[in-house]
Ligand binder design. Sequence first.
Ligand SMILES: [Zn+2]
Ligand SMILES: [Zn+2]
Length: 690
Amino acid sequence: MAINIAAIALTLLLAARPASASADAYRLYLDGRLTDAARAYQDAFLSDPSSVKPLLDAAMVFKQLGKGLRAAEMLEKAALKEPGDPDILCETGWMYFHEASYEKADSFFEKALAAKRDHARAVLGRASVLAHLGDRAGTMRLLARYKELRPDFSGVDYIIAWNYVNFRMYGEAEEKLVEVLRQDPSFVEARLPLAGIYARQKKFDEAWNQYYRVLDWAPGHPIAAENIKFLEGKLTKQPEDIRPPFRITSPTRVGYVDAVQALEKSVRLKVGVGTDNTGKQARNNILKLRSFEGFTIKGRTSGKLYATVPAGESWTAVFEQDRVVVKNAADTVYGRFQGPIMLESTDPRTGSVIIEAVRSSKNPYFRYSDRQYRGALELYPMPGRGIGVRNHIDMELYLLGVVPAEVSSQWPYESLKAQAVIARTQAVLRSRSGPHKADGYHICDSQHCQVYRGVGHEANSTNKAVLETESEILTYKGKPAWTFYHSNCGGHTQSSGEVTGWGKLDYLKGRPDLPEEGAPAPRGPWDFHLWMTGEPPANCNYPEAVRSSEYRWLRILKHKDIEFRVNKSYGVGSLKEIIPLRRAASGNVNSIRFVGSKKTVDVDREHLIRNILGFGSLKSTLFSLETNRFPDGRVRNYWIYGGGWGHGIGLCQSGAAGMAGRHGKLYREILDFYFPGTSISRLKYVKKKN
Ligand SMILES: [Zn+2]
Ligand SMILES: [Zn+2]
């Protein structure tokens, strides 16, 4: 398999321009005019039957339309012309498998394996057939073989676990699911069955813990929320013993802070702290506050000093009658504040204030982990809601808490510098005309803007990267550039103009995430399928530093679950088909059709597409969807082969790591690669005089 994929990547790069008939068909395909595209590919084949490629492309278009049997027909035709091609034989098998024709499927998988003994997808296909025939031992033997052939694919363990669950082999399933979650902690669809298995084994503490983690990734998840309530009466330990909060017990010692801090005049930011995923202040009912150096409490407008809290003492702020009520360490009310108050370490240079984890906090952000901040914390009452928290902090100190929260501080150094520059640029853009004007801060601390975790994650490497790029931002024609970034593009970034609601910008252009120069020829649906189900080379296919589950992944979604979700949002009635329509040149699905008994709905917003296709939100819109049916034609499951994590626009963080680590690229080269035509400018800072 690996050899095949490499060969395809090569053809992509070297291929001559495809015949124009196929190019036109490809355009129709990307535009989501699938019926026209299928016809155009078939016409292209008729006009030149010497090449089977248009037949294969037509087959993949039919697959996307949910017409598996038509797809199988095209593939069989192609297989007659190219009888030794294991990929064609294998995919024919898969089409029959998804249509519940297991015997036919198996015969094609066998032929594929006869043509190529190590064909991984054919091994997986045979395993899946045997699973449906109830042959446990045979299934598991072949899945073990599949794992040998695709050790790089995170979906392997998931498929194995999926089969254990179906065979009701719960002990084995548990072990595999733990492994799957080690590779991908955000994988809610794997956490739910694990919680169910624990509950079945009467391991209630473990089950409770898993459901709680589901809620971390998918707040408000109905099954998890219900089961947590049910399990609460059955716990054998205190919740804080099952899930001990993270405590900060000694001052953080990291380098370069003094140097970063030595600015007389920088950009002062107000950061919304503990915000939810829309960037809004969550409802803080209680905040517990402490500092290793001690801290002062002052009125924000008056500057009046209300209290000096000794080092190590924990004071509390609670929300009562629309006021911030401050209590001292003995729990005596110290003051009731109608206006904002400022909390600052008595060593404002390198000190910090800690918001301690409190189990009774209504804001999950302050429930499990102590949080530590440089600069000053402002607390203010939000009538009817709770205590708002803003962190007043210099730009460069703020960045110390952003870079290691966005990427791993262990990553190649030049990629950390690139991240520092784009994070600084984002902060500048948002503070000028940001989306949080009405909220009273420049930028929020959640993924909505960019993740900021305060002092907690700071590391020498990322602090140094901030210092060495001090004041540098990315500009385009003299203005700060929109430096969007994402975790992993899956091998090809998207143009901003291809995604609904993003707007077209010259420097946000989709490109293969490959080190080689020059744009490859456009792909067809068949190449895309092989690319998506394989492990093609890319900057972000960088297992030395990036989890493989971010580059290629697999989800098997139950029809009933998706039908429920689609109906919650769109009320389509019984769900008949899901058809991905429009795609970017990268392959990202930018509109998707839900055909229901009552109505048909097209969804074209990136986050809506991702949210609806999974309980924990799909990692990205870069995927190939296969509809799997019962023998009577009703849909059983959707198999989604996906790639990447995030929206795919701008800089690919994993790709930046790969460029720096594998190809020795410098941060400016990395920024040039992902934001072509931009340059670096400097903010006007003034250094402190000693
Ligand atoms: Zn925000
Ligand atoms: Zn990438």
